[in-house]
Every structure is written in structure tokens, then in C-alpha cells.
Ligand binder design. Sequence first.
Ligand code: ZN
Length: 303
Amino acid sequence: MLRELERARLLDYDLIKNYVRLPVASQRQTIEWAHRRGIRASSHYLHPAITLGVDGMEHVGATNRLGYSQTVSRNGISYQDVISLFTAAGMPMTPTLFYSYALYATDSSLFTDRRVRALYPPWEYAKLAAAVALAKTADADGATAALRGWTATVTAILRGGGRIVAGTDSPIDNFGVSLHTNLRAMVHPGGLTPAEALRTATSQAADYLAVPDLGRITPGALADLTVLDGNPLDRIEDAANVRLIMLGGVPHSVDDLVSYVPPTPPTTAAAPTAVPAHPSQAAFWWHTEDFVKHAALCCSAPH
Ligand SMILES: [Zn+2]
């Protein structure tokens, strides 16, 4: 582990995420190591990470090997103790709303977007095609219900005075487009205003990483800008309607971006590979068996 941390130092990491297999004592060691160097540390766990001084948690709830520290039920519900801990601590959650793919049932325009068709590698476009197809089946009803629960938690934390930082878990979720489905889901069904949702991906994300010259338009901040058609404060979907961007003082149009890449998407996706068997996967006492098996698969998706 010390060699990995040295690697993080040499590569100038901005954030270190403790994953589920790291023992609690090592999580504490990693968090303290990061803080000594001014680096943020996050965790897959709310508890015990919150008692170790961690700076944030990834996911409303995801892969979890401790059993006692689950933060969300199978149908997407978080109890009040979870919400209270986040609001009292002011510790950011990055929700990574995987179930936001359910929004493709009524709007799959991101899938047919010419930028996505041109820039996605074939295997990523196939994954997105599979998500769009799944959203249009009855199997997506559970995802829709869970998304309602997850976004209700996000809204309760934010409106309760807590902090939410947008994030997608790419490459496990689809690049680029999943940020937009996350923001859209925060607004509907989540109930946030578009401005509240957008701040999770701009000023609140910058504040979390302690980079005050990003994520806001103000004197002294970096002037890398995105110019949109429409008004995302009225209609969150307009955040994806990019006309041009300004990067380092140079404007780039969408035509510039996509013109050199041939649009050749395939139609099939590779199946994920299961992680090796582990004794902790033998018992299914808190969640149902298929949920635990899916959680084991989700960390080994091809990318
Ligand atoms: Zn994760």
C-alpha cells in the first residue's frame, strides 16, 4: 500500500478513493497520509469512514463488504440516519446515479447525438446501446423506482444543508452522457432546481477539491467556458446543447470536435467478467442473492 501511495504522490493525485477491500486500519492510514499532503480522501463507506475523518463518500450505495454499513436498500431507500450523518457532517456525497439510464425510456437523444456517435469507441457505444435498450423494457421498472429513492436522498441531503458533488463512476457508467443523465435525474424525479443540480457539477465540485478558480464565473477564475443553445436554468437538458467551448482562450466548435473521427458504432456489447470467488460472497444475509452477485460483477465491467 505504501508503494501505491508513493505512486499517488509522484503522479500528483487530487483525490484518493478507498475501495471496499481495504481494511479499516488501512483506510485510516490512507486518509491520514492524504491529509498530510493536502489531498482529499473519499470512501465507498459512510461508516466507519466518517469516523476516520474521510472527506467524502462515493455513491448513494454500492459495492460493500462490511454488511453493517449499507446506506441504501435494494429499492433505493436510505433511512434518516444516513441523511442525518451527511447533513450534520457536511461531508459531500458523490451519488453516481447508475439508475439514471432509466431516463432513456422517454428520451434517448443523447444516444443518437452526433458527438456521441463520433467520439465513443465502438465498445463504449455498444454499452450505451445496451443501456438504452434495457431502459425501454419492463425490466427497467425497478431501476426507475430505485432512481426515485436515490434522488430523494440526494435532495434531502442538499436541502438539509449537506453537500452533493456530481460524479458518474466512468468508465463503469457511460462517458460524458452519464453526467447529463445524473443532472437530469437530480431535477426529475429528484426535485432539485436546475441551478442546484448544476452547482453540484461546478462550484461544489471545485470547492470539494479546494480549487477555487474552477467551477464559477468570477474575476480571477479560469475563463474556460461552455456556450449553450437554450437555458439550462429553465431546462436542465439544455446543458448538453453545447454550441462551442472556450479552452485556454481558444474557441472550439462541435464541428471541430467531431470532424476527424469516423462514426462507426457497433451494436453488440461484451458480457462482464465475474470477479474471483471470495468467502465474503458466500452469505446473502442483508441483500438478496442476485443483488450481491450483481454488485460483484459491477466492479469488473470491461473498460
Ligand atoms: Zn465505487
